[in-house]
Design a protein around this ligand. Sequence first.
Ligand SMILES: Nc1ncnc2c1ncn2[C@@H]1O[C@H](COP(=O)(O)OP(=O)(O)OP(=O)(O)O)[C@@H](O)[C@H]1O
Ligand SMILES: [Mg+2]
Length: 505
Amino acid sequence: MSQILVSMDGISKQFPGVLALDQCRFELQAGEVHALVGENGAGKSTMMKILTGVYTKDEGRIVYKGKEVEIANTKAAQSMGIGIIHQELQLMPDLTVAQNIFIGREPRAALPLFLNDKELNERTKILFRQMNLNLDPRTLVSELTVAKQQMVEIAKALSYKSGVLIMDEPTAALTNAEIDELFRMIGQLKEQGVGIVYISHRMEELKRITDRITVMRDGCYVDTVRTDAVSVDEIIAMMVGRQIYSVSKPSISAGTKQAKVLEVRGLNRGSAVKDVSFHLNKGEIVGFAGLMGAGRTEVARAIFGADRIDSGEIIVNGRKASIKAPKDAVRYGIGYLSEDRKRYGLLVDMDVKTNISIASYRSFRSSAGWMKQAGMERNAEAYVESLKIKTPSIDQRVKFLSGGNQQKVVIGKWLTRDCQILMIDEPTRGIDVGAKSEIYKLLDELVRQGKSIIMISSELPEILRMSHRIVVMCEGRITGELSSEEATQESIMKYATMRAGEIAK
Ligand SMILES: Nc1ncnc2c1ncn2[C@@H]1O[C@H](COP(=O)(O)OP(=O)(O)OP(=O)(O)O)[C@@H](O)[C@H]1O
Ligand SMILES: [Mg+2]
């Protein structure tokens, strides 16, 4: 019988207006990878925040290595050897990678108050070498992609030599190669007897690396099962409490109008975007596929005016557009739902209603300058309903919503704005399986209304299901274009890994 590391029982937690956990339980053994799954807002992060001292429980018992414990704060959890990689990245953007990893425990230099950066960097290098991670410890975190920041968080958690390691959606922003690397590290930790809690919405990952799965629903414990004893469909059914239809259903109406709403010619930006040309028709969804770092986000940002371009033309409705800043793009009817929603998408201290309405403030302003409260409210309520955003009310501040529900708010915000061209970057990352199909339905409805969509996604099934046409990028260039009929996972991957010299002209 394996050793039980953690056992949580009868755990309840009440937030103002929300019973986040109701008599929940969870058990972790040494050397197992234990998945915690459930829909957005089910209580997964809250349960693990209680185990790591971020929140204190209202009720219940935590037994750690055979002894009942109270975990008063995060420091207490850390010193017990319980580490967590949070869903919302928590690095300090203005510090270096090494400073972030060792924050609060830096080796002191001979002179007091001066931190010894040299030693920090050395220690970080050793850590990265163990992880096979190629990253300069002196880089500022603000200069890193979301994926790299995630790897730094992982390095940080590992540096504590934890006996329990909690990963709250660790792979949401990682490339396939990085995911393989992470899984290899998880395998190593497992052999050392570390117990790992793994929270993810990606069902295929559960089968690959977890030993057991605990399912939560609406703040309640549902069941714990051995991974090899259940199918993915069975897990989903336990999560949502009903059967949902599979994601392979094609839903897009055929026959797009032939008017070009957007044409991009010879777009260049440093080494990230190289000679990119493509067009988008009215009522069409063009999927942008490629590996992480292929330059898809950079193309969208360049079109949106978020980054300056070196050369190239952007033509909107047949006329050359001059886009120097996002506000220009918005004037041309272009919207962009960023992949980094924390940084660009949300005012976390404002409420749900304001966040949803903010991109289209003008349409809620009366001629006298008053805000039309009722209109804003009706609109916000409608999206809370259709996207199934779990919140006690539209007046809740966004920072109190679960990670997935925050994402839905950003999506509501851009859907509210009356854009003719909407660029959406990883629209369903971190979103649970049930809500995904709601988002697909909304996109479907938008193109039926004659709007046009560029959808960047790293999930091939999503690209295949939603796109009329698929543009594939690799290393800053467009390496292929496929119609929805000819596209398969294999044909997309072929182009996604095609280097400059191999492009067939
Ligand atoms: N600090 C807080 N104040 C108020 N409500 C909160 C707070 N933290 C979480 N909640 C609420 O508790 C519930 C559970 O949230 P939690 O973050 O645990 O969900 P989750 O299962 O991690 O979801 P996701 O998959 O979206 O990350 C949600 O309804 C959320 O809005
Ligand atoms: Mg969460």
